[in-house]
Design a protein around this ligand. Structure first.
Ligand SMILES: C[S@@+](CC[C@H](N)C(=O)[O-])C[C@H]1O[C@@H](n2cnc3c(N)ncnc32)[C@H](O)[C@@H]1O
Length: 313
C-alpha cells in the first residue's frame, strides 16, 4: 500500500471513532512511524509503506481510536516552537499556556524600559520559579528565552520531575534549572540559598526571604465535579494531580498566591494561568495591598486565561 492510501484509510478509521482532529492525528501517527516530516509525506504520496511500518501504523491507529492521546503515542508535543518529551506522567503542554510566556516576557520588558535598560532582556541575574512544572515546558522555555536567568522548577510528582529534567537536558538548559519536589513553593526558600551567588540589590535589603523576580504557574484548575464532561483523552490518560485543583477547581490559588507574596521581591511578578471559569474566584485574592498592576489577558478563544500582578514593596 502507498503512503497516501494508508493515510486516507487512517483518517477514515479515526473519523469513524469520533477522534477529535482526526486528520491531524492520523498524519502525526504516520509521520511518527515513518520518521519523516510532513513535507516528505506530501512530496512522496506514491512511496510504498513497508509491511512493518503498516503494522505499526495500524497498531497506533487502534490505540488512538481507543482514546489514547496522540502525544502519548508519539511521545512528544511542541510548545513555543520547541519539542518536549511527554509521557502519561505529565500534562500535555497546551497552546493556551504559551500566553503565560508572552505575558511574562512582556512584563519583564516593561520593567527593563522603566529601569532605562534595553527592552530585550537576557534575564541576567533573574531568579524565577515555575510552580508545577510538569513536562518543564514553562521552565525550559524561560531558560531558553532568558539565558542569564536561574530557575527553580517545582512539582509534587517525582515522575513529572524526571520528565522535566530530561526536557531541560534535551534543550541544553539543565545547568540553570533546579528541580525541587515539594508542595507549591515550599522547597524554594531553602533552595534559594543558591541566590547567595546573586548579590542582593540595595532596594531589596530587609526583604532577604523575598528573592524571586518572577513566579510563573499553570496550576491544576479543573473541578472534580467537571470530570464527567472532560474528553476521555484527558479524563482517562492525563495525571489527576495535573488536572484537578479540588472539587471546584480553584482551591489551590489562595495558597499559591500567599506563598508567592512571601517569596517575590518588591516589584517581582506573578503570572498565573486561569481555568475557563476561575477568574471570579481568583481576582478577589489580589484585592489586598501586597499586589499592584493586576491585569488579565484573554486567550485566542476570548477566555480570561492569564492573570499577572506585581508584588508591592
Ligand atoms: C496543570 S499541570 C501544568 C504542567 C506544566 N507547567 C504545563 O503548563 O504544561 C500542573 C502541575 O502541577 C503539579 N502539582 C499539582 N499540585 C501541586 C502542588 N501542590 N505542588 C507542586 N506541584 C503540584 C502537577 O503534578 C502538574 O505537573
Amino acid at each position: 500500500m502507498d503512503v497516501r492510501t494508508a493515510l486516507k484509510q487512517g483518517i477514515a478509521q479515526l473519523r469513524e471513532a469520533h477522534v477529535p482532529s482526526y486528520t491531524l492525528a492520523a498524519e502525526l501517527l504516520l509521520l511518527h512511524v515513518l520518521g519523516r516530516d510532513r513535507a516528505w509525506l506530501y512530496a512522496h504520496p506514491e512511496a510504498e509503506l513497508a509491511p512493518d511500518d503498516a503494522q505499526r501504523f495500524a497498531a497506533l491507529l487502534a490505540r488512538r481510536a481507543a482514546g489514547v492521546p496522540t502525544q502519548h503515542l508519539t511521545g512528544k508535543q511542541e510548545f513555543w516552537g520547541l519539542e518536549f518529551e511527554v509521557t502519561p506522567d505529565v500534562l500535555i503542554p497546551r497552546p493556551e499556556t504559551e500566553h503565560l510566556i508572552e505575558v511574562a516576557l512582556d512584563r519583564l520588558a516593561v520593567r527593563e524600559i522603566r529601569a532605562s535598560r534595553p527592552q530585550k532582556t537576557q534575564g541576567a541575574g533573574l531568579l524565577i520559579a515555575d510552580v508545577g512544572t510538569g513536562s518543564g515546558c514553562l521552565a525550559v522555555t524561560l531558560a531558553k528565552e532568558l539565558p542569564g536567568a536561574t530557575i527553580f522548577a517545582t512539582d509534587f510528582s517525582p515522575a513529572a520531575l524526571a520528565v522535566a529534567r530530561r526536557n531541560a537536558a534535551r534543550h541544553g538548559v539543565a545547568a540553570r534549572i533546579h528541580f525541587l519536589q515539594c508542595n507549591l513553593l515550599e522547597g524554594v526558600a531553602a533552595a534559594g540559598r543558591a541566590r547567595q551567588a546573586v548579590p542582593l540589590q540595595p532596594q531589596d535589603a530587609g526583604h532577604e526571604s523575598r528573592f524571586l523576580d518572577l513566579i510563573i504557574c499553570n496550576p491544576p484548575y479543573i473541578g472534580r465535579r467537571e470530570a464527567p464532561t472532560l474528553p476521555r483523552e484527558v479524563r482517562e490518560h492525563e495525571p489527576e494531580l495535573a488536572l484537578y485543583g479540588g472539587e471546584e477547581g480553584y482551591e489551590l490559588y489562595a495558597d499559591l498566591i500567599s506563598q508567592a507574596a512571601a517569596r517575590l521581591k518588591p516589584g517581582g511578578l506573578l503570572v498565573l494561568e486561569l481555568g475557563h471559569d476561575s477568574l471570579p474566584a481568583v481576582r478577589p485574592l489580589f484585592d489586598f495591598p501586597a499586589w499592584t498592576s493586576v491585569a488579565v489577558t484573554n486567550d485566542l478563544a476570548g477566555i480570561p486565561r492569564v492573570l499577572a500582578a506585581e508584588r508591592s514593596p
